[in-house]
Ligand binder design. Structure first.
Ligand SMILES: Cc1cc2nc3c(=O)[nH]c(=O)nc-3n(C[C@H](O)[C@H](O)[C@H](O)COP(=O)(O)O)c2cc1C
Ligand SMILES: [Mn+2]
Length: 489
């Protein structure tokens, strides 16, 4: 578990997985082109101390491989994330009975209690993220090496922020990663899409009567906290609690200087500000993680009133484009974390996979244990009604024995098993803001493909063929004799 971003940087250096690029580079386009080549070839994190006309260094690609994603989250395998969650959820579904179990449960509950963020006092010592405070006229967002990523982008975008807001009614905190276009030295766009929690808080600022929502933007916290901003946890769960749970230590928060919002004390840079309800401005186009430019559209304006930062801040960035880019690895870790919760609602689910080419909302592959007619379609309908998974355009369902990490196996099973007339379900409903295929924005059709094997329970009269499997005794025999064949392979 890393204390802050710096400790993670040192760790990556020790693993030879961070390269410092001393060459002078341009924040416009050049860093994207370098990073895109690196992320697509499983390369290292990149640190640019010399960005043209900038004093502040830029760090990118800290999550851009499975290996770094595991290090960042402190696990050997991304599946271990799900195991951690399962232990806690298991307690809910199987309450402890024996004394020993109770004792264990108590220890786990104590662990969960440690997940709550802790507000630290700054009476005696300034929080690292507030070592320098800039307010009023001096606020100038151009002090950071914010990237213009692609040639037709509308401008420069902060790409890896944590946007912290509070529910105007309940006060429950939310943390979301939403890109922010720099409009001028004191304002940015706020690209929270329709179905996101930040957007809901903004709409609800109506209820509080204030017509105004305070927001703090965090750039560069420890890796787990940074990653937590992209987690699709239910709206009433504070992502800092999830980060604390995974860190095994509370996220230490500090009150902002000018607004009633708390931010991780270990952060590099904080932007404090507000949004006025109804004040919109054209945001985009932006070369997005779909591999297409997302169109210009109207989004709220974020007014920055105060900037705080460390004495020598590091600007943390990312770039997206044609998949795979860094966000794919972040999302891969999210699916492993969320699987146990999904299984709790839909116990027939064995595994899930979102291939990079499907950019999360375009394709979800699910393996299930099927036990009744229409079971696969029941799962499709459930997914289309579940949190952000409602935005899934294509759902493919296969049997429990299909290995979802082997896309060749999945494709073979799907193509072999479907009877298109019966196995395809076309539905309609909300779509991701980034879907460009439907004629109506944010709404359109979806497809579910039932590629499970079919038998009597499906009302089938013709027998289903058996898989071709060699007998174990012959396999063992060939293993034993392998060297004698002298095939040299
Ligand atoms: C690098 C990156 C950039 C993202 N940009 C946006 C964005 O601009 N707008 C958006 O709505 N979601 C964006 N997301 C996805 C959200 O962070 C994600 O849906 C998250 O669940 C939102 O948090 P919320 O559920 O608390 O709203 C981005 C994710 C990543 C990893
Ligand atoms: Mn959230």
């Amino acid at each position: 578990m890393f204390k802050d971003l710096r400790e993670y940087i040192e760790f990556l250096k020790s693993k030879d997985d961070l390269v410092v690029i001393d060459e002078l580079v341009d924040q416009d386009l050049e860093i994207t082109e370098i990073t895109d080549r690196i992320v697509k070839t499983d390369g290292p994190a990149l640190y640019f101390p010399n960005v043209k006309n900038n004093d502040i260094p830029l760090l990118i690609n800290i999550f851009g491989s499975k290996r770094r994603m595991c290090w960042a989250l402190g696990v050997d395998d991304l599946n271990d994330l799900g195991d951690k969650v399962e232990q806690v959820l298991g307690m809910v579904s199987n309450p402890p009975t024996s004394l020993f179990d109770k004792f264990n449960a108590l220890a786990k509950i104590a662990g969960v209690a440690k997940s709550q963020p802790k507000i630290i006092s700054t009476k005696t010592r300034r929080a690292p993220c507030q070592e320098v405070v800039i307010s009023g006229e001096d606020v100038d967002l151009n002090m950071f090496p914010v990237m213009k990523c692609w040639p037709d982008d509308a401008g420069r975008f902060i790409t890896l922020p944590l946007v912290v807001t509070k529910d105007p009614e309940t006060g429950i905190r939310n943390v979301g990663t939403y890109r922010m276009q720099i409009f001028d030295d004191k304002t940015t766009g706020m690209h929270w899409q329709t179905h996101k929690v930040g957007a809901q808080h903004y709409q609800d600022s109506n209820i509080s009567g204030k017509q105004k929502l305070e927001a703090a933007v965090v750039i560069g916290s420890d890796p787990i906290t940074t990653w937590a901003g992209s987690l699709p946890v239910p709206p009433n769960i504070d992502e800092f609690i999830v980060a604390g749970f995974l860190r095994g230590k509370p996220v230490e928060l500090v009150k902002c200087q000018t607004i009633d919002v708390e931010v991780p004390a270990n952060s590099e840079i904080i932007l404090e500000g507000y949004l006025n309800l109804g004040e919109l401005r054209t945001e985009g186009p932006f070369g997005d993680h779909t591999g297409y430019y997302s169109e210009a559209d109207e989004y709220p304006v974020f007014h920055v009133t105060t900037i705080t930062h460390r004495k020598d801040p590091i600007y943390l960035s990312t770039m997206v484009g044609t998949p795979p880019t860094e966000d794919y690895f972040m999302g891969l870790a999210s699916t492993r974390l969320m699987l146990p919760a999904l299984k709790m609602v839909l116990p027939e689910i064995v595994d899930i996979s979102m291939p990079a080419e499907g950019i999360f909302h375009n394709l979800l592959i699910i393996s299930i244990k099927k036990s009744y007619v229409g079971h696969a379609k029941k799962v499709m309908n459930a997914i289309w009604g579940l949190g952000l998974l409602m935005l899934t355009k294509t759902i493919v369902i296969v049997d429990s024995d299909v290995d979802l990490s082997d896309y060749s196996q999945v494709a073979w099973r799907v193509l072999s098993n479907i009877d298109p007339e019966k196995d395809i379900l076309i539905s309609e409903g909300p779509l991701d803001d980034l879907d460009h295929a439907s004629n109506t924005p944010k709404y359109g059709s979806k497809i579910g493909i039932d590629a499970t094997s079919k038998g009597k329970i499906d009302g089938r009269t013709r027998p289903w063929p058996s898989d071709i499997v060699m007998s174990n005794s012959i396999k063992e025999l060939v293993d034993k004799k392998w060297s004698k064949y002298n095939i040299n392979n």
